[in-house]
Design a protein around this ligand. Sequence first.
Ligand code: SF4
Length: 321
Amino acid sequence: MAGDERTPNLWGDKRYQSLNYFLRRKFGQKVFKVCLDAGFSCPNRDGTLSNTGCLFCSARGSGDFAGRRGSSLEEQFAEVKAFMHKKWPQAEYIAYFQAFTNTYASPAVLRGIYGQALNLEGVVGLAIATRPDCLGEEVLDVLQEVMQKRYLWVELGLQSIHPKSAGRFNLGYSFDDFLDALSRLKDRDIECCAHLILGLPGESRDDMMASALKVAGLPLDGIKLHLLHVMKDTPLGCLYQQRPFDILSRDEYVEMVVDILEILPADMVIHRLTGDSPRHTLLEPQWSINKWEVLNLIDRRLAEKNTWQGKYWIKPPELSI
Ligand code: SF4
């Protein structure tokens, strides 16, 4: 699609298809994600694969803005809803299982937890974040049952296609594991959003662009681009405090996000373009604290270059995986 002459601004006021835009079109009104912590663990933290976890993973299992662990889903949901309802009385909600590995339990337990979320008033769908190695066939059966009742997408950690990074950051799964999980989700028509991390130490710009290029050729429905956040309560944070490593600058990050958006397919939903961490735990990059400034800079750079999501996407010869 290089050299495409379509006018930009295809997605409201954005040059990319944001999740907010996508959900508004799909449901005809504002839809919020409510981040929940259902009390799951993770095989990379409970000793099954390791006790360390992915080196960047926080004490809250990368669910730092999820509801209070230990509170019921109903309580967690009610707290967020009460706040949102004041401004958006008509809004609907996606219950987002964010913290830890949200398919890491028996099918019966999963069925019960997802069922509770489906019963919450105003919930139009579920989003379930997990690892590629925690999607056995029985789990997929449960997900398919959810999909028959309500809208569903699964978020799958990839982070990087490079084996050196999978090893260095103790992910405990490989790119092949990711491809296998994606293939089995797609066999059942389950929507999938992949997570990529930009700024992993040891990865060059070319490495990160190679991950994005590979993802652009996969049958994914969405993508989350995470800026690497080095946080105090993580193994990576300890390493950084002992021996600081290079961190992406804001300009480098903005430029790379713009380049990545250009090569992603236009119909891929962009769930996120930066990162979110509590201020008190964030070591670096400090420039990322002002998330809106980063997002505005990305918008500005897209406009300056007169470019947009998908401008240089090249359809792969075949989309089979
Ligand atoms: S898979 Fe997720 S929850 Fe588990 S250690 Fe890695 S980032 Fe943390």
